[in-house]
Write a protein that binds this ligand. Structure first.
Ligand SMILES: [Zn+2]
Ligand SMILES: [Zn+2]
Ligand SMILES: [Zn+2]
Length: 257
């Protein structure tokens, strides 16, 4: 099983429009971070995590045209506003693609994209994403293609976000704290992904780097990757400042699990 980070930036993406800071003007390709997405994959299957605005560019860059299912962590714009690009994936399958999302997020998807989720039929010769919503319940176990996913509720301010565990990987983004049952559910994972915004200045709905390091220490995974990073963090600087077991992720990084 492999994990590929497709997008490791926050909602603005990096470079940020109009910003000439060191990260936004960096020559290091690892400092270009698209909005959040990832892919859990192996030879016989793949699950896409989130559908951000750059989804087409992300999937073409890794040459993935087929997935078994989509897992939406939550319905903030940076995680779902590329949902129309799922059209290519459902067309490739020639049948509906399951999109797993929490109940609150499902309602948002239906409201925000009625042409996809309200029964609208496109005129002959045209297409729309053919998607089937499936409700994620906290700590639920669900088979997605060849993978056994378990839903990990985490708190993102007032919103519940669904990370997941699959085998010895726990993947958590857009968290400020773990939700009920999640600490127990991730016991014994060897690879952990956590979100981190920046150093200092605690944020009400996201972990900063110090908080992510502390949480990672409690969980005790052998290796940890940080994602959902802002332009206040340059990849090379962050890499130097982190303990060796914690690495910054970057767009296009594939990890063997
Ligand atoms: Zn910047
Ligand atoms: Zn969010
Ligand atoms: Zn986000």
């Amino acid at each position: 099983m492999k994990l590929t980070f497709l997008g490791t930036g926050t909602s603005f993406g990096i470079p940020v429009i109009g910003c000439d800071c060191n990260t936004c003007t960096s020559d290091d390709p690892r400092d270009r971070r698209t909005r959040h997405a990832a892919l859990v994959h192996q030879e016989d299957g793949a699950v896409l995590i989130d559908a951000p605005p750059e989804l087409r560019l992300q999937l073409t860059s890794v040459r993935v045209a087929a997935v078994d299912a989509v897992w939406i962590t939550h319905c903030h714009a940076d995680h779902i506003h590329g949902v129309d690009d799922l059209r290519a994936l459902s067309a490739h399958r020639r049948r509906r693609l399951d999109v797993h999302a929490g109940a609150e997020c499902e309602a948002t998807l239906r409201r925000r994209f009625p042409y996809i989720f309200s029964g609208y039929r496109p005129p002959p010769g045209t297409t729309k994403p053919e998607l089937q919503l499936q409700t994620i319940e906290p700590l639920d176990r669900v088979r997605l293609g060849p993978f056994a996913f378990q839903a990990l509720p985490v708190q993102h301010g007032p919103m519940t976000v669904f990370g997941f565990r699959v085998d010895d990987l726990a993947y958590i983004t857009d968290a400020k704290s773990l939700g009920p049952g999640t600490r127990e559910a991730i016991d014994g994972v060897s690879t952990l992904v956590l979100n981190a915004l920046w150093f200092g200045n605690p944020h009400p709905t996201h972990l900063n780097v110090e908080e992510a390091i502390e949480l990672a220490g409690h969980i005790g995974a052998e290796r940890v990757y940080l994602t959902h990073l802002t332009h206040r963090l340059r990849h090379a600087d962050l890499e130097q400042r982190l303990p060796p077991s914690i690495r910054p992720a970057y767009d296009g990084l594939t990890v063997d699990l």
